[in-house]
Design a protein around this ligand. Structure first.
Ligand SMILES: [Zn+2]
Length: 646
């Protein structure tokens, strides 16, 4: 993993030889369809000339204003002159920078601004220390309030954390002021920056040098151990301060096996992870490129698709972007032979694979970002592209097979839907149960067996949730939702079976079944054992009754109330068989289904003594039959087959 990040960083720094440019972060030019702006505070020698102004954010703004994000850790002193946080600029940024800068022109300018525009709240203790200075609203053109009065009021009412409260209050006042003067709302402002006499201070040479130096740390050799770079073995300019890296999990993950790593002891960690200045810069540049360009969403989770190069390939950054994008499309698109071919052609076009796909391997990093913290949810390592293509191929093959039987829109399984199949979704924010989903992905990509019991249990839980909350319209409208969901579960089981990740079903001689040939073929494809086949037929009959009820105008299909989605034991199933017989008569379709009923009864009765399925499996196979019958009816309608004549 770290090698891939390093290689990308090396490419970037070779091209630009500019470590600052490699750290520039992307900024959205629009959010929710609204233009984003940069607000700048232009300080003047005479405070009466101070002005706020705006600039529409475009693709170049981040370069022009040197936006490299905020220091990573929440407790780091904020020192960025271009930031997405107004509260930093009106309080701690300038004092922090003055403190950190060596003597230079920028330092003098900042001292002047601090002296002319900021109020000193006096010595503060602990966490409050950093909020000692606050901009004076009355000096930045906001005259309708009295800064000192507000400060005193807040101070009186908040003993401990008044400084922070003052900053919050001042931010609100500034945003209100800007809204009334310039008609731009807070949510439309993506960046803030500081100017002096019209000059962008972030673009000064003093600031840029400071940032570059603060990234590469001072030498921090530790006595009595060899100070060598973890990546390249150099012993020059070694640092142990790797807190600026974002993906540290990988690094700890990799050296976690080292004998010297002693639990949580920082010392043990430090001993193992030293970097030279050059490698640190390359890793930072690589991380930044990946976050800017190789970031995708899968199942509402943030995912980085990070390639690692096995052989020295002559690949450039644009190719890496395109290549990752193509793989990502495999996750998102409907896969069939045609789209698969396009995907493969694309991958070949981008990189001329000499003899195999596997010159580049794939790492998938799933993470969550809370404020400034970057939390790794899961890393799936070293996926060979041939393995990934094989998964895509298996999906395409199964999609085509099932689509031929059930010809309706949306029946094909997209890879990204698999997460929704096995996880109950939080209706509000559409979050999946990420642990289950990511473990599942790990199994698929790392070729680890998956528990069939776990899957079926999840399927019935999600089915129950679909019926009870009518959640997840993902799979179609409400009448089709459950049937399509179950159908996709069946496709998934077949895919996993083809990939040898699960074992399902058992053997039976299908040709002896006395039912419609199409049903026999289908049961055979699903590889059902006799009891599963019996339950499938039971579900099929329920579906037929439902269709009859639906045609009579009973769109909610009352027969479905007979199914207990959370699980049904053997006795409940047997009772259901009897009730179904009555319903077949009631809906006057018994004459078409006498054979099916008899066969179903026979299969189930012959298994009563050796009932091999659990309560979830019972329900799942009943639902499978229900889904088949329901979708087949829709499919036949699409194909203009008149069912009443059958
Ligand atoms: Zn190195």
């Amino acid at each position: 993993m770290i090698e891939g990040i390093y290689e990308i960083g090396k490419l970037i720094l070779k091209d630009k030889n500019d470590s600052l440019a490699s750290l520039i972060k992307n900024v959205p030019t629009e959010k929710n369809g609204r233009k984003q702006y940069l607000l700048y505070l232009d300080f003047k020698t005479n405070y009466k000339d101070f002005k706020f102004d705006f600039k529409e954010i475009d693709d170049n703004t981040k370069n022009e204003y040197i936006y490299i994000g905020n220091p990573k850790a929440a407790n780091d002193p904020q020192d960025r002159l271009t930031t997405n946080r107004l509260d930093y600029l009106i309080s701690q940024t300038i004092p922090n920078l003055i403190n950190a800068l060596d003597e230079c022109e920028l330092k003098d300018i900042l001292k002047n601004i601090l002296g002319n525009y900021y109020i000193d709240l006096g010595d503060l203790s602990g966490q409050q220390k950093r909020y000692r200075y606050i901009i004076d609203l009355n000096k930045i053109g906001i005259e309708e309030v009295d800064s000192k009065k507000i400060i005193n009021e807040i101070k009186e009412n908040n003993q401990n954390d008044y400084a922070k409260k003052i900053i919050q209050k001042f931010c609100t006042i500034i945003f209100d002021h800007i809204k009334s003067q310039k008609d731009i709302a807070q949510k439309d402002i993506g960046l803030f920056s500081i100017l002096n006499e019209g000059i962008i201070l972030a673009d000064t040479i003093d600031y840029k040098n400071y940032i570059i130096n603060s990234i590469s740390n001072k030498k921090t050799n530790i006595e009595n151990i060899k100070n060598i770079c973890f990546v390249c073995d150099s012993d020059q300019d070694i640092t142990y301060d790797t807190t600026k890296l974002r993906f540290t999990y990988y690094i700890t993950d990799k050296i976690g096996f080292s004998s010297e790593l002693n639990g949580k002891s920082t010392k043990g960690f430090l001993r193992n992870f030293a970097l030279c200045d050059r490698c640190l810069k390359r890793l930072l540049a690589g991380e930044n490129f990946i976050l800017n360009n190789l970031k995708f969403r899968l199942n509402n989770l943030d995912m980085l698709l990070i390639p690692k190069f096995i052989f020295k390939t002559s690949i450039d950054l644009e190719q890496i972007k395109k290549w990752s994008n193509s793989i990502n499309e495999g996750f998102r698109n409907k896969l069939n032979q045609k789209s698969l071919k396009e995907l493969e052609d694309n991958l070949f076009k981008i990189i001329n694979f000499e003899d195999s796909y596997n010159n580049i391997i794939i790492n998938l990093l799933f993470y969550k970002k809370d404020q400034s913290a970057f939390k790794i949810l899961k890393l799936i390592k070293d996926i060979p592209p041939s393995g990934m293509i094989n998964i895509f191929k298996t999906i395409a093959k199964n999609n085509e097979y099932f689509k031929e039987i059930i010809n309706i829109d949306n029946i094909e399984l997209k890879f990204e839907e698999t997460g929704y199949l096995i996880s109950i979704i939080n209706n509000k924010n559409r979050d999946v149960d990420f642990k289950k989903v990511l473990n599942f992905y790990d199994s698929i990509f790392s070729n680890k067996p998956i528990s069939y019991g776990f899957l079926v249990n999840q399927f019935t839980n999600v089915a129950a949730s679909i019926m009870l909350n009518s959640q997840m319209k993902t799979f179609g409208d409400e009448t089709k939702n459950l049937a399509i969901y179950i159908q996709k579960c069946l496709i998934l089981l077949n895919i996993l079976k083809d990939l040898n990740l699960i074992k399902i079903g058992g053997s039976m001689s299908y040709e002896n079944l006395n039912v419609n040939k199409k049903i026999i073929d289908y049961i055979e494809k699903l590889n059902l054992n006799p009891l599963q086949a019996g339950l499938f037929l039971l579900g099929y009959l329920i579906g037929e009754i439902g269709n009859a009820q639906y045609k009579k105008g009973n769109k909610s299909k009352p027969i479905l109330e007979k199914i207990n989605y959370r699980g049904m034991d053997k006795n409940k199933i047997i009772r259901l068989c009897n009730e179904i017989f009555e319903k077949l008569k009631e809906t006057k379709i018994i004459e078409y289904h006498e054979k099916d009923y008899a066969e179903m009864k026979n299969l189930i009765d012959s298994n009563i003594k050796n009932w091999s399925l659990n309560d979830s499996e019972n329900v799942f196979y009943v639902l499978s039959g229900y889904s088949y019958s329901t979708l087949l009816m829709i499919s036949n309608k699409n194909n203009n087959i008149n069912l009443d004549e059958n």
